[in-house]
Write a protein that binds this ligand. Structure first.
Ligand code: AMP
Ligand code: MG
Length: 403
């Protein structure tokens, strides 16, 4: 049996290529992975400009004490440019964002001056106040977004501020998804006695999308060798990665491993973890193959541990793993040494730190534990039972927290 870390390394080493790049408009780029770094073609802001609505003055006109009257010679709206230069004794009424006129070095907010006709009375102020300097956000030539970055709203805004309307991103890896099992029924159809509805294909398909993959939904395959073989070959033909759930354990009808050995290859099977021990990782034609366990919690967890980093690497992402954070165990937790255990937890701030409790029963078929939880509690191989008050590591779930 392989350890979680060795299994993860194995998976990552087997992925040698990233998906090609494609050009998408900024509006379609949220969550995509940048393929070519973005460098600034000019300074942002492109010129010194006013940070407030007020009066631009020459620094030499700022009184060291008391006040001074200046003559207002122009109104400058954002977008307007003052041609000419400010002379001594003059001020310009300037709006936020308007370029600073030549000769001006400081802007008085209009709230701190007195205006009377074409005169404005100013007091003392630090030279350079309320001026946004050319290039203070981004200097021309600077790399502002690295290749491999997942694009968030702020990266898109920054790219737009440079005048870009499209970006080169990595194509989404194509992920074929199949559920296996004679007992598995399609939601929305009538369930026969002994059948259960397919939870995995829906949780996994959403997980694939959350990780930036494009889902090819191939439905449910019965536990029949010839049919499984045909459907897997078909899947491998159209995808970069094939995921099945169920049929990888040691039961008579657990055929996925056998069929994979016949038409592809298994790199490893069985991982020292709980839940999720039966897991078949290998290849099928040019596609990477992940035979995830049938139990719904186990399939989601093995997805997070093994498929997610694979998808991230294929799609060119720089960061392949999530951070773990320490939290105090609010209750005792049972743990067998020798394997890594993952419990569904509820992480909450308790005044002087983060505390985590489990969601209750932790069976690998209890999918409601994933719904009740907002994190995974990750308990390392060498540890035994955890006492209340000891520290454990947690990985918060991605996406919005419930409630
Ligand atoms: P298996 O490894 O195929 O024996 O499946 C283990 C357990 O997971 C069994 O109780 C299955 O009924 C259940 N299971 C398998 N596939 C799914 C699925 N797609 N959705 C929900 N439960 C499943
Ligand atoms: Mg099965």
């Amino acid at each position: 049996m392989i350890s979680v870390a060795d299994g993860q390394n194995h998976v990552l080493q087997s992925i040698a290529t990233v998906t090609p790049s494609e050009i998408v408009p900024l509006r379609a780029a949220l969550g995509r992975v940048l393929a070519d770094e973005v460098r600034a073609p000019f300074d942002v802001p492109p010129a010194d400009n006013s940070a407030v609505d007020g009066y631009a003055v020459a620094d030499a006109d700022i009184p060291a004490e008391n006040s001074r009257d200046l003559r207002v010679v122009a109104d400058l709206a954002a977008g307007a440019v003052f041609d000419g230069a400010l002379a001594r004794g003059q001020a310009i009424h300037i709006m936020t964002g308007a370029p600073l006129p030549a000769g001006a070095g400081t802007v008085y907010p209009q709230e701190i001056v007195q205006r009377d006709g074409d005169r404005v009375r100013i007091g003392s102020l630090a030279p350079g106040a309320n001026v946004r300097c050319r290039g203070e956000d981004v200097a021309s030539g600077a790399r502002i977004i690295a290749a491999g970055t997942v694009l968030r709203p702020q990266e898109l805004g920054l790219a737009a501020s440079l005048g870009l309307c499209q970006l080169a991103v990595h194509a989404r890896p194509r992920v074929a998804l199949l559920s296996t099992g004679d007992e598995v029924a399609e939601p929305g159809t009538t369930r026969k006695p002994g059948q259960i509805y397919d939870a995995n294909r829906f949780a996994l398909s959403a997980s694939v999308e959350q990780c930036g993959g494009a889902v090819i939904d191939l439905g449910i395959v019965p536990d029949r060798r010839d049919e499984l073989r045909a459907r897997l070959l078909e899947a491998a033909d159209m995808a970069d990665l094939v995921i099945t759930s169920g049929g990888v354990s040691v039961g008579v009808y657990d055929l996925v491993k056998d069929v994979l050995e016949e038409i592809g290859g298994i790199d490893f099977w069985q991982v020292a973890m709980q839940p999720g021990r039966p897991l078949a990782v290998g290849h099928l034609g040019r596609a990477h193959f992940f035979g995830l366990p049938g139990n719904p919690v186990a399939s989601m967890l093995t997805f997070l541990l093994f498929v997610r980093p694979a998808l991230y690497k294929m799609s060119g992402r720089t960061r392949l793993s999530s951070d773990l954070y320490p939290a105090r165990a609010a209750e005792a937790m049972q743990k067998k040494p020798g394997r890594r255990e993952f419990k569904r937890g509820v992480l909450a701030w308790c005044g002087d730190g983060f505390e985590v409790r489990t969601t209750g029963p932790q069976g690998s078929g209890i999918l409601s534990s994933m719904v009740a939880g907002n994190c995974l509690v990750v308990i390392e191989e060498e540890r035994g039972d955890v006492k209340a008050g000891e520290y454990v590591l947690v990985e918060p779930f991605a996406g919005p927290w419930p409630g």
